[in-house]
Write a protein that binds this ligand. Structure first.
Ligand code: HDE
Length: 761
């Protein structure tokens, strides 16, 4: 009891010392109680040592782990148990004699298996399949007049972690399935973490979060047999979207090229909801967020996407890491559409709280406010990509939410799902989730608590810890909600302004080029063609009739079904050319150029070509009959990246076929020179082209990719039957490349697709 009294007195003294004259009521030996809440904050508490920023190595890719506790297995010379005891042996269990039973006392075996047995955590209920990268965001400072958010003011640089994902498939599913893509960005700002949890489609299937379980159950594999994996081409999805017609707009985007993006590097991102920005003077502006890829927004074609799913299910993941490693760091500009924060929160008749509607860029231009660069792959996929926890409610002062009912539901759902997925409430302490600023919450204990908290009063108000920590107003960097007035009767119904489900899908359809429209027709025809229930197909055709008669007629024809009558009168829309992905030219950074060659080819030309491809910021990949090296005899060999066995067309953006070496200058009589110069050509012309090369070339041709050859490489193209638009032949390797590069700027040779009939009804 005496000891306890001593401790208590010690605490009282400490408190008195710290804040002057404050005592704990009833503490032994204390003065009569004079309780008062301190009014002045003392120095900020020091950052907790175990809430440091994620390993510096992962943010920049340069620094090495600095602190000893950052070091985990494979970073030290000696294998230890989880308790740090060095192990002499880890390959054999402890047995009674070499052929006897395993002993229960084998503590190393038990610990090793126990940990292994629990290595898996639940995958995300949606967006399970993803990949991530570190980078930085540099603000242009141009948003300073609409938001006080520090990371958007001045030319501030902020570290970020980005996770891209598909929505429907399981964690091990393929990358290039037809689906929406997630594009979630965590900004480690000087005011705490801000998460912009976006998709690559600007609208959503539903207007109210209460429908989220329904749409997800409809699109996930059907419960009885758990098929199909990562596909929307099945009855339950089309059953739902044809009944729940507000889903038609998002669904049409999925049927377009947006559903099968070419690369994460060319993903356009959309915050979907309308957010509210708050300036330093308290004024508010409604905004929609955009990520504009510097390389342009591009897509695969459907056959290519399907092939990739078999040939390289990790295609998007690999592409992202390869590009980062090659120094072609993917970049996006962050943009905002801004709208006056009026009472009705509509713009040009569009309800800004309806997440199934977009605002055409022609009506509200996207203003660029900063640039995102991804420059480091994760160090450990599980630690970073799996454990990262995004949440639309991770906000910073200057950015607030609106009453969009979808956003409101999300504000509950993300925290809730992390509890199960990451095993308790302490996931903000996981390195990738830690803010890069001191954290001083008063949350305590819970599963996987990593912090050893100091202080004895995790509550407010207190005197025991001198009243710490203190809250501040907006002036001190505190978050203050916009004092929006809310009034209304409690009811379950959508506003009348949410009722129109067909004008915007029509707007999207009318904004597409003929090639893109044909892709949409083909996608609907494929997806509905995979359904079994006739009634579902017929109901979806009625939805298409409400969107556009020609679209409906083409899909009905493909399905072999009658064309239904629309159920609503036709609507007039003004197309938005900004929605089309075709028609511009973009940088070619990170594009992969296949070079088909063998020992008999113009290897000097190949060497020059490789250099030129590199110099243009692209990646050359030599394709030869065998692996290993080419040009051994010349003394200057170079590596073969793909053999005819491992190469497949879908890996390449363009391909060039090497010709034979140029004939040596004539040193013999003219007739001999002709014979020796012509030999290689004749051989090449007569040789049967390897069927794998023919397959590669014809697939690339079908997928509207640029194809080139130099010298007599042209004969290979002829024999493979590859001729026409976007097939170039030049005298030299570099001349062929420059033509191919120009074609690549447009992403594909669009006019190779058969001209579509007039599509607009
Ligand atoms: Fe999500 N969503 N979502 N979502 N979402 C999740 O959170 C949810 C929605 C988005 O890479 C989950 O941590 C509801 C729109 C992305 O880790 C979950 C509703 C948009 C990611 C969840 C939506 C998104 C998620 C699953 C309707 C675009 C992946 C795992 C109200 C603006 C984040 C997780 C990552 C993930 C709920 C709709 C984007 C269950 C209830 C709209 C990019 O919390």
């Amino acid at each position: 009891a005496q000891g306890a009294a001593k401790v208590a007195k010690g605490v009282a003294d400490t408190v008195r010392d710290a804040v002057g004259g404050i005592t704990i009521p009833g503490a032994p030996g204390s003065e009569p109680p004079t309780v008062q809440e301190p009014t002045e904050p003392r120095e900020p508490l020091p950052p907790k040592p175990d809430q440091r920023a994620p390993r510096p190595g992962s943010a920049t890719g340069k620094d090495l782990p600095s602190a000893p506790d950052d070091i985990r297995s494979q970073a030290d010379a000696h294998l230890t148990t989880a308790q740090g005891m060095r192990l002499a042996e880890t390959d054999h269990s402890l047995t009674a004699g070499p052929r006897g039973p395993v002993l229960l006392q084998d503590h190393h075996l038990r610990e090793k298996l126990m940990h292994f047995d629990h290595e898996r955590i639940p995958e995300r209920v949606v967006h399970a399949r993803g990949t991530g990268a570190h980078g930085r965001f540099r603000s242009y400072g141009t948003a300073g007049n609409i938001t006080r958010a520090a990371f958007l003011n001045g030319e501030t640089e902020t570290p970020v972690f980005v996770r891209f994902s598909t929505v429907v498939g399981f964690r091990g599913s393929a990358d290039t399935v037809r689906d929406t893509r997630g594009f979630a960005v965590k900004f480690y700002t000087s005011e705490g973490n801000f998460d912009l949890v976006s998709n690559n489609i600007p609208v959503f299937f539903i207007q109210d979060a209460i429908k989220f379980p329904d749409v997800v159950h409809a699109v996930k594999p059907e419960p009885a047999r758990e098929i199909p994996q990562a596909q929307s081409a099945h009855d339950t999805f089309w059953d739902f979207v044809s009944l729940h017609t507000e889903a038609q707009h998002h669904t049409m985007w999925n049927m377009s090229g947006r559903g099968i993006p070419y690369s994460f590097r060319t993903l356009e991102g959309f915050g979907v909801h309308t957010f509210r920005m708050v300036a330093a003077d308290g004024s508010t502006t409604l905004v929609k967020f955009f990520w504009k890829p510097v390389l342009g927004a591009h897509s695969l074609v459907w056959e290519e996407a399907q092939l990739i799913n078999g040939v390289d299910p990790d295609f998007h993941r690999r592409d992202l890491y390869d590009a980062i490693e090659a120094g072609a760091h993917p970049e996006w500009e962050l943009g905002v559409q801004t709208f006056p924060d009026t009472e009705d929160q509509t713009f040009e008749g569009i309800d800004l709280l309806d997440p199934t509607k977009l605002v055409p860029e022609e009506l509200a231009p996207v203003q660029r406010i900063g640039r995102l660069t991804l420059d480091a792959a994760p160090t450990n996929f599980f630690a970073e990509v799996e454990q990262v926890a995004f949440h639309p409610g991770h906000l910073v002062p200057g950015i607030d939410v609106t009453n969009d009912p979808l956003l409101q539901g999300r504000l509950f759902s993300y925290l809730d799902t992390q509890l199960t997925r990451l095993g308790g409430p302490n996931f903000p302490q996981i390195p990738v989730n830690r803010p890069h600023v001191p954290v001083n919450d008063m949350f305590r204990d819970g599963f996987h608590q990593h912090a050893v908290h100091t202080g004895n009063a995790p509550y407010k108000p207190n005197t025991v810890d001198g009243g710490c920590p203190f809250t501040v107003g907006a002036g001190g960097g505190g978050y203050v909600e916009v004092p929006e007035r809310v009034d209304g009767a409690k009811e379950r119904r959508a506003p009348a302004s949410f009722a129109d489900h067909f004008t915007q899908p029509r707007l999207f359809w009318m904004s597409m080029s003929p090639v893109e429209q044909q892709q949409i027709v083909d996608a609907y025809t494929f997806e509905l063609g995979k359904c079994y229930e006739q009634v579902i197909k017929e109901r979806q055709l009625v939805c298409l009739a409400n969107i556009d008669p020609v679209l409906c007629q083409k899909v009905a024809q493909g399905l072999g079904l009658p064309v239904p009558e629309p159920t609503i009168p036709p609507v007039e829309v003004q197309p938005s050319p900004a929605l089309s992905q075709i028609g511009g030219t973009w940088p070619v950074d990170g594009r992969r150029i296949g070079i088909i060659a063998d020992e008999a080819s113009d290897l000097e030309g190949v060497r020059e070509l490789r250099q030129a491809v590199h110099a243009a910021g692209m990646t050359p990949l030599v394709i030869a009959p065998h692996g290993g090296m080419l040009g051994q005899e010349s003394g200057d060999p170079f590596p073969v990246q793909r053999s005819f066995v491992t190469a497949r067309s879908v890996e390449f953006d363009a391909v060039l076929v090497a010709g034979a070496p140029a004939p040596a200058p004539p040193t013999t009589p003219a007739s001999d020179a002709k014979a020796s110069g012509g030999d290689a050509l004749t051989e090449a012309t007569e040789a049967v082209v390897d069927p794998r090369v023919t397959l590669l070339l014809t697939e690339m041709f079908r997928h509207a990719k640029a194809i080139g050859a130099w010298g007599d490489g042209a004969s290979t193209l002829v024999q493979a039957g590859v001729e026409g638009s976007g097939v170039v032949v030049a005298d030299s390797a570099t001349a062929a490349l420059s033509q191919v590069q120009e074609l690549l700027g447009a992403h594909r040779v669009w006019d190779r697709f058969p001209p579509a009939d007039a599509m607009q009804g």
